[in-house]
Design a protein around this ligand. Structure first.
Ligand code: FES
Length: 82
């Protein structure tokens, strides 16, 4: 039996399987706007492999983390649109 991981995305409790990237967890939670561009246009993941930087979110209080490059771990707090 696989143990699930509990995280918070924009204040909402979400449960994911081990090995889930934060980008996948955020998308599965229904959020497509991960951040805003300098001209306030919503942006979201493009490459999924750490190159485009469009998937940046705040993870445990640290801004501008590439969510496609970080796996979810128990108790993480993720905030989008930072
Ligand atoms: S989706 Fe491109 S860096 Fe994360």
């Amino acid at each position: 039996m696989t143990e699930l991981i509990h995280i918070l995305i924009n204040g909402h409790a979400v449960t994911v399987k081990p090995g889930t990237s934060i980008a996948a967890a955020v998308l599965n939670a229904g959020t497509t706007a991960f951040r805003k561009s300098v001209s306030h246009v919503p942006r979201g993941p493009v490459c999924g492999m750490g190159v485009c930087f469009e998937c940046r979110v705040k993870i445990d209080g640290i801004e501008h983390q590439r969510s496609c490059m970080v796996l979810c771990s128990e108790g993480m707090v993720i905030e989008t649109d930072v």
